[in-house]
Design a protein around this ligand. Structure first.
Ligand code: SF4
Length: 84
């Protein structure tokens, strides 16, 4: 919760849970682009999330030849919402 200059509180805008749409909202973010690619790789689309457990699949990805493997989100994934 943020406190505005007049002392009132304002709830932060909820984060987009879909990583592809989130990347589209921040098209200059390389980090979000990588996340969106991994999200897509495990079956996610702009409309829906992949099967349950997809975060763990990305975190434990064994495609070592994938150019994004080093940069994929791993420990930074919080349940439900990716960190920035
Ligand atoms: S790192 Fe793994 S999950 Fe991410 S795009 Fe590459 S193969 Fe897919």
């Amino acid at each position: 919760m943020f406190t505005k200059s007049d002392g009132t509180h304002k709830d932060p805008k909820p984060r987009e849970a879909n990583w592809i749409r989130r990347s589209q909202q921040n098209p200059k973010s390389l980090k979000l682009a990588i996340r969106a690619t991994c999200f897509y790789c495990v079956g996610g689309t702009e409309e829906e999330e992949p099967d349950s457990g997809w975060r763990k699949v990305i975190s434990e990805c064994t495609s070592f030849k994938c150019p994004l493997h080093t940069y994929r989100p791993t420990k930074t994934i919080r349940e439900g919402v990716p960190s920035t």
